[in-house]
Design a protein. Structure first.
Length: 165
């Protein structure tokens, strides 16, 4: 278990640069509660900073559920670099691009997992969508809609600037 301590137990250097966004209110009815856009596909490098960021909002993390499809190179068993036990569970079916952080037996935070190679405009749009109150899009739909919006924004930008300009 990784636990947030009130005496500054989170190393802020691990939180800086971590691309995680959480909804202002973690409401059970929302399909997604935020997004995680890791820098790489190295789960051993990426997991601890993400959990540190989540711990700024919840008291503890008892586990994380991830898809093997999203992290094919990750070892089946490993310990987060914080040195504390965090249970990693793998699932094979269901939605791709999903990470579920279990903060307690009743509290879970569902994150859209944005692939590291995603263009910045698409990722930022997807991150905003995943934190919108009342969101009900699945992960595939959220990423597709973010790509669509980024293309529309890009087309509008070309029209405003004009060809060659």
């Amino acid at each position: 278990m990784i636990t947030h301590s009130n005496d500054g137990g989170i190393n802020t250097s691990t939180v800086v640069g971590t691309r995680v966004v959480l909804a202002e209110r973690l409401v059970r009815r929302d399909h997604l509660h935020g997004a995680w856009w890791p820098q790489t596909t190295d789960l051993q490098r990426e997991l601890t900073p993400m959990l540190s960021r989540v711990l700024t909002r919840v008291h503890s993390v008892i586990g994380v559920t991830l898809s093997r499809v999203d992290w094919p190179e990750a070892p089946l068993f490993f310990q987060a670099k914080s040195g504390r036990d965090t249970n990693i569970s793998w699932y094979g079916l269901g939605e791709p691009n999903l990470a579920v952080v279990h903060a307690s037996e009743k509290t879970r935070i569902v994150l859209l997992l944005i692939p590291p190679e995603t263009p910045e405009d698409v990722a930022l749009t997807a991150m905003l969508m995943s934190t919108s109150p009342g969101n009900c899009l699945g992960t595939v739909q959220a990423l597709a809609k973010a790509r669509e919006r980024a293309q529309i924004d890009h087309a509008h930008q070309i029209v405003r600037v004009g060809p060659g300009g």
